[in-house]
Design a protein around this ligand. Structure first.
Ligand SMILES: Nc1ncnc2c1ncn2[C@@H]1O[C@H](COP(=O)(O)OP(=O)(O)OP(=O)(O)O)[C@@H](O)[C@H]1O
Length: 250
């Protein structure tokens, strides 16, 4: 599915990366539009993190292009990333410091960031009343939401999250889900989220892509893909099966 040019947030065009061991991703293309909450699924080692890293400049593609808000990630990196927030691979923060102090430290990367922005993002992720407590006393879910608060500091229009609910308990998962939905609704932020949690993602995503063996084997709107009443998990498993049997050609 393609989105209208005026609403285009990200364009991923035939992106390929092969690591020295021969693994990686191949010829991945899709677009992200305003209002999208895009879920990226795939087995372990499928290539999800590699794709997210390339999209956020944490590693480079061998070929293909990534354009964010109309700016190429390689030739206009700063402009491309200006409206992007991300939490990839780690939601690390300084444990001996408070949540607020961590955000202040992160905020030094953004010139002219007003103090009230820190209060604002803490409020959005539901940590305002814990802001002055040390992170060492936070639950995993709270640490995840603090990382999300850090990604929000620069007023992004796109947030990229790598397995944001990994290791969280039910309450933590629900908290993160509600924060994502609230931010999408109230701030108009688009999300690209990699996850293994099918049912969870089915609840929040507008679009999904399935990566298998480094290739994007399925991509589309959740309503269209699941129109016949199949669950995301069933759709995912049957897609992987069809791929293995050679019945999906990309
Ligand atoms: N720095 C690297 N050097 C060599 N191979 C790598 C490197 N990073 C990833 N890979 C390989 O590339 C493939 C894709 O890895 P990637 O981490 O992108 O997958 P993933 O879909 O995010 O997996 P998971 O769900 O387990 O996090 C894997 O086979 C992995 O072993």
């Amino acid at each position: 599915m393609t989105v209208q040019t005026d609403e285009l947030i990200a364009e991923i065009d035939r992106v390929t990366k092969t690591y020295k061991n021969g693994r990686g991703i191949k010829d991945i293309s899709f677009t992200l539009g305003k209002g999208d909450i895009f879920g990226l699924f795939g087995p372990n080692g499928a290539g999800k993190t590699t794709l997210l890293k390339i999209m956020t400049g944490l590693c480079t593609a061998d070929s293909g292009n990534v354009s964010l808000f109309g700016c190429g990630i390689t030739d206009r990196f700063e402009q491309a990333m200006a409206q992007v927030g991300c939490v990839i691979e780690t939601a690390d923060s300084y444990e001996y410091m408070s949540g607020r102090a961590n955000l202040k430290l992160a905020g030094r990367f953004y010139r002219g960031l007003p103090e009230k922005r820190i209060d604002e993002v803490l409020e959005w992720v539901g940590l305002a009343s814990y802001a002055n407590e040390r992170v060492s006393g936070y639950s995993l879910g709270m640490k995840q939401r603090l990382a999300l608060a850090g990604a929000l500091l620069s007023s992004p229009k796109l947030i990229v999250l790598d397995e944001p609910t990994n290791g969280l308990d039910i309450e933590g998962i629900i908290d993160v889900r509600n924060v994502i939905l609230r931010l999408a609704e109230t701030q108009g932020i688009a999300f690209l989220i990699s996850s293994h949690m099918m049912s969870e993602m089915e609840m929040i995503c507008t679009r999904v892509g399935i990566i298998c063996g480094g290739q994007l084997i399925r991509e589309g709107g959740v309503r269209q893909l699941l129109a016949d009443g199949t669950t995301m998990e069933q759709f995912y498993l049957s897609s992987i099966q069809q791929w293995k049997e050679g019945n999906i050609h990309v």
